[in-house]
Design a protein around this ligand. Structure first.
Ligand SMILES: Nc1nc2c(c(=O)[nH]1)N(C=O)[C@@H](CNc1ccc(C(=O)N[C@@H](CCC(=O)O)C(=O)O)cc1)CN2
Ligand SMILES: Nc1nc2c(ncn2[C@@H]2O[C@H](COP(=O)(O)OP(=O)(O)OP(=O)(O)O)[C@@H](O)[C@H]2O)c(=O)[nH]1
Ligand SMILES: [Mg+2]
Length: 461
């Protein structure tokens, strides 16, 4: 256990709520609590070595002014979230009240915690590793049940266990090589080299599985960038509203209504989408609309998925043709809208040119066939952007980079082994790979990086 000062923060969201929590962690947690909590029996919480819940009055340590009544959770270290002595003051939820309780804790000797500092301490005190700590952010930010499940597995150490297991195999392999260096008989060397190539290939496979899950992680964190595009007035904003079940975007019968891109997050069958409504694309002299149209084109370039919207009740125009051409490089679904008005024969003819599997007929206004569109979106994302075997981890960009480096080291060791290089060279490459994997789970990680990672947390976490 490291020697830290005692920190305090509000752990719950600020706002009206039934309960608000102020959390205190560190060696003075019990002492501070004794100064600001008066129990009916006059008992001092910090005298017990067992976790317990007490009822008491929360008072200001200097003025003695009563602030609220509350429940006090006493969790002596190391059996606590931070592995230090932790106290949680559960009081009535309310911005003013919870703030006053925090102030009382600060006046009694605590320091205001930095964002993520509680979780950082859990890491520094060795209760969790870095990948678990990082996953806490993912868990809090998870936008779908699926993302939440993966993040929880990560919080509970699933990713860490796999990295540790790969590391263990690597150090084993390195030991084998090192031992052979000391006994340089030729056939023994050959055996070691073969071992490096065989085990190396297996480990590269396992590292690859973790690397590939980075794509899954990114999509679950950021959502699939999904652009709704089409010429003016086809019903793009109506479609956004229909998928969101709200009147988020302005809808009128005037072409050129949407002038700016509008982003919203939505969960479609467990897949988070960053849905982007765009200005209808057409030639225009209007300065503001022109900027909007340029942004629409940029949105198409940035998109991972495009919903190309057409007005099915009208014959297609050159503008439709141009938009279809400009989305050729993006994975796309053709959305034929306004089918409540009937399908124009020219549109029907035109549609036959495309793969019917990629076309969905809907009415955004009348909410017709939206489920079919959502099914299509989910299916397209699952089969093209996410793969099944990725679904056990959600590696982040930092971890992915280190895994890439570890893989490069491992491949270098294998190449050296197959080329008959000296065993020292092989051992050095294996050692380097072992270290890179150590950084993934936060062994030998510098203070700067830790600050960077934990500063992304919310206050009180
Ligand atoms: N009131 C409250 N609820 C909360 C949290 C919290 O800090 N406070 N958590 C905060 O995010 C999450 C729960 N996470 C936790 C993880 C570990 C320990 C803990 O005390 N671990 C010890 C003892 C385990 C045991 O009893 O065996 C340990 O791992 O040694 C506590 C909370 C969600 N709910
Ligand atoms: N009948 C019918 N009308 C629709 C449907 N979807 C949209 N509309 C109407 O079409 C008009 C244009 O809808 P918007 O959603 O604003 O179209 P948009 O593509 O966002 O237009 P811009 O922002 O100008 O590019 C509005 O009057 C909508 O009510 C539909 O499914 N059926
Ligand atoms: Mg619009």
């Amino acid at each position: 256990m490291m020697d830290f000062d005692t920190i305090a923060a509000i752990a719950t969201a600020l706002g009206e709520a039934s309960v608000g929590v102020v959390r205190i962690s560190g060696p003075l947690a019990g002492n501070i609590t004794a100064k600001i909590v008066q129990t009916p029996s006059g008992r001092d919480v910090s005298l017990t070595s067992q976790r317990q819940v007490l009822y008491g009055q929360i008072v200001h340590p200097k003025s003695g002014q009563q602030i609220d009544e509350g429940l006090v959770l006493w969790m002596p270290g190391p059996k606590s979230y931070t592995a230090e002595d932790v106290v949680e003051l559960q009081v009535h939820g309310g911005v003013q009240l919870v703030g006053a309780v925090l102030e009382a804790a600060l006046a009694a000797g605590a320091r205001m915690a930095e964002p993520g500092e509680f979780t950082k301490r859990a890491f520094l005190n060795g209760r969790i590793d870095l990948s678990q700590a990082e996953a806490v952010i993912d868990l809090i930010r998870a936008k779908t049940a699926f993302a939440g499940r993966l993040a929880l597995q990560q919080v509970q150490g699933r990713f860490r266990d796999e990295v540790r297991s790969i590391r263990k195999a690597l150090i084993h392999l390195q030991a084998h090589v090192e031992v052979t260096i000391d006994y340089p008989e030729h056939d023994v060397e050959d055996v070691a080299c073969r071992q490096v190539m065989e085990t190396g290939a297996q480990l590269v496979g396992r590292i690859d599985a973790l690397r590939e899950s980075a794509e899954m992680g990114r999509i679950l964190r950021e959502g699939v960038a999904t652009a709704i595009v089409g010429k003016p007035n086809v019903g793009k904003s109506s479609l956004l509203n229909a998928i969101l079940h709200s009147d988020r975007a302005i809808v009128t019968d005037i072409p050129g209504t949407t002038r700016d891109v509008l982003e919203e997050y939505v969960n479609v069958h467990g897949i988070p989408l960053k849905l982007v409504d765009t200005a209808g694309i057409r030639e225009t002299e209007d300065v503001v609309e022109k900027i909007g149209v340029d942004k629409s084109r940029q949105t198409i370039r940035d998109a991972e998925l495009a919903l190309v919207v057409l007005d099915g009740s009208l014959a297609p125009t050159d503008e439709d043709v141009e938009i279809v051409a400009s989305t050729g490089d993006v994975r796309r679904i053709f959305v034929v809208n306004k089918v409540d008005k009937g399908l124009h024969p020219a549109c029907e003819d035109w549609l036959r040119e495309w793969d019917a599997a990629g076309v969905v007929h809907i009415s955004a206004k009348e909410h017709m066939n939206l489920t079919a569109l959502e099914d299509k979106i989910a299916e397209t994302v699952r089969t093209n952007l996410l793969t099944e075997r990725d679904s056990t981890y959600m590696t982040n960009a930092r971890q992915k980079h280190l895994l890439d480096l570890a893989k490069t080291d491992l491949l270098a060791a294998m190449n050296a082994a197959s080329a008959g290089a000296t065993l020292d060279l092989i051992a050095v490459a294996l050692q380097s790979g072992y270290e890179q994997l150590g950084f993934v789970i936060g062994e030998e990680t510098g203070e700067d990086l830790l600050d960077e990672i934990f500063s992304q947390f919310c206050l009180g976490k």
